[in-house]
Design a protein around this ligand. Structure first.
Ligand code: 6GU
Length: 256
């Protein structure tokens, strides 16, 4: 069965339009997944008619009301097996590739994009199965977070990427960064492609790539390396990279 994704949002067009491009657009048009939308404004009810209200306790901004969100979920749930409901707010756990792979297992995922100052906590508490954030910065709403999450999930689905190996080789699959990539021409001014990539020795190329991936992770994201146990062969490659990096740094200092 194709995966189903429902976004609860006040701005369905924003999310729909962005999803029509590239990998996600193709996945949808080929029926690998289904994307639909619910606008809480359509469920605002006739008591107040608005989707937001002032915060209890005072302070700036408005808070999204429980009833339109709850009615939105009721509209989705009628008929289908229970979906997994995710609230998107900066207060959620921070998304990473492991979380993406976990979310990708659900046949039906509902992403609730918050707007205004926040969502009434009772909706998060009672109606959401999880609360996720996409990083330590504040967005004006959860729509862009929903796009990020959907893009990340959909590219992991079977038969979505042209070459399944390219999903497996992505940065973070295996917990480290990707190696550097090059294409023609082999030389642009004084910038040339590393010789090993031009040679056709596939074992040497694989070794060079692994070493670059490990080395760049060590330089740029040491926090990632702390979370994984490296095999002896990887440790040896990383030591080699570190030795070369220190030599290059020594050369640079001498040049100054
Ligand atoms: Cl999910 N929502 C908002 N509004 N801001 C964010 C976020 C989500 N994740 C990071 N910043």
């Amino acid at each position: 069965m194709a995966r189903r994704y429902t976004v609860v949002t006040l701005f369905p067009d924003l999310v729909r339009d962005a999803m029509t491009h590239g990998v996600t657009g193709r996945a949808i048009s080929r029926g690998r997944c289904k994307l639909d939308f619910i606008n809480p404004r359509d469920y605002a009810g006739n008591t107040r008619g608005s989707v937001d209200d002032a915060p209890y306790g005072g302070g700036p901004g408005m808070v999204m009301r429980v009833e339109p969100l709850r009615a939105s979920l009721d509209a989705i749930k009628s008929g289908s097996p229970a979906p997994f409901v995710v609230g998107l707010t900066p207060q959620g756990r921070r998304l990473d590739q492991a979380a993406v792979l976990d979310l990708a297992r659900h046949p039906h995922l509902v992403l609730v994009a918050g707007r205004y100052e926040g969502i009434d906590e009772r909706f998060i508490e009672r109606d959401c199965d999880a609360e996720w954030s996409i990083g330590d910065y504040v967005l004006s709403g959860g729509e862009i977070a929903a796009l990020v999450i959907l893009d990340a999930i959909i590219r992991t689905l079977p038969d979505v990427l042209g070459d399944d190996a390219s999903a497996a080789a992505d940065s973070f699959c295996g917990g480290i960064l990707d190696w550097p990539h090059y294409t023609r021409p082999a030389r642009i001014g004084e910038q040339s492609v590393p010789d090993v990539l031009l040679g056709g020795d596939h074992a040497a190329i694989a070794r060079w790539r692994r070493k670059q991936a490990l080395g760049r992770t060590w330089q740029r994201r040491p926090d990632l390396l702390e979370r994984i146990a490296l095999e002896q062969s990887d440790l040896a490659l990383l030591r080699e990279y570190q030795r070369e990096a220190r030599l290059a740094e020594g050369d640079a200092t001498r040049d100054c």
